[in-house]
Design a protein around this ligand. Sequence first.
Ligand code: JFZ
Length: 468
Amino acid sequence: MRSRVLALALAALLAATVIAQTPQPAAAPPKIDPAAEAAKTARLAWFRDAKYGLFIHWGLYSIPAGEWKGRRSLGLGEWIMFRTPVPVKEYEQLASQFNPVKYNADEWVALAKDAGMKYIVITSKHHDGFAMFHSTVSKYNIVDATPFKRDVLKELADACKRQGMRLGFYYSQSQDWHEANGAGNTWDFGADEKKDYDQYLRGKAEPQVKELLTQYGPVALIWFDTPRMMTEERAQRFANIVRELGPQTLIDGRLGTEGDYVSTGDNVIPPQVNGQAWEVPATINHTWGYRRDDTDWKSAGEITFKLLDIVSKGGNYLLNVGPMSDGTIPQPSQDVLRTVGRWLKVNGDAVYGAGPTPFGDELGETSKAMKDVRGDAMAFRQTEWRYTTKPGKLYITFFVEPRAPFVLPAMKNTVSRAYYLGGDQGAVPVKLRTENGRAVLDIERPIPDPMASVVVVEFSGTKIEPIK
Ligand code: JFZ
């Protein structure tokens, strides 16, 4: 018997070595199904034009707001149950205190519209397992377990419908710290590997995703997250549910199988243009769920720069607010969003439906390629301006007083005229001339809006043809 096992092991080893040494034909590239690709492109059309969305992390964690029994719990507000850690029997008591009487869905949607945002994504269930909607699958939800007894997602869906806002749902498909077989709660339920994970997936997560896709009207996207233990087969089960019940519903990049677009890491903006559809989930301060002590809010100027930086690289910006337990959104968040919204009312053409930069040197390291009219290499900070495009129009968004003259990169196209976006008396012209075959803008100071000003340069043809 022992000799037989040894012989088999040796044979396997031999086979592996032979295979290892024999040049293996490259893995066939995944078969692209043209119909599926066309359907995906169609599904993504609104998303690629929208560019800017409101992320909302709201749940029971807004009650402790970063502090448990008087002790600060560091890190993300929505992770307090994990960080402290709080036993499930204690944490679920928060539900009996959750009563956000100031919650007004129409005000939230109106804020998103004032902010110039084109879609909303709200946490329907985060890692703590609590459902912010009336689920028949688990009593651990806002209608059955709280004194509030109102389905806040239903009210938000109705308000979005009334105001023509697209609505998507964040759903933590893998981590569920309330469920013994959910991923992530090792302090009550032990190691994840030992859990009957599929019992949790089939018993709670999959049915709840079906509820979200069938009882809240058209769902723009499902924002899955942290795909722990999500094998291809498990992830496909969710993808099939979405494809069947929401053919137009987008899937983000954190399901555990290929979604409709790429999700970057939190607050991670890629350095260069990425042709695929992609989205950056981002915070205004340093937490997603509300923390009483986190008041380090980004300025409207920083957020406007990040938006143009992301759009100039072909992406979407999903910017978060963390409402408080009374149902209101922190005023500093509202103020900064409305300030950017006022800027977008004037300069939105440079953002909505705009294409990425046709150049790219302006994005990265000090570029030796950029030469001024004297032909000397130009060094510059990478946050002075960003390019976005539309057929026949190049938008240059300046975040600081531009150098004068401002020399555009070499291109085959001829330029015809330049002017500032906005200007209530119509377009304010900008002096444009050509020198040594390069378009030159003589921009007078100061620029109209010190936070950011957009100069439009009209050019021949529809696409810019850079001369490398
Ligand atoms: C996850 C959540 O854990 C967090 O609470 C929040 O909802 C955020 C939007 O997403 O956090 C992540 C997930 C993935 C990465 C980083 C943070 N990542 O891929 O870098």
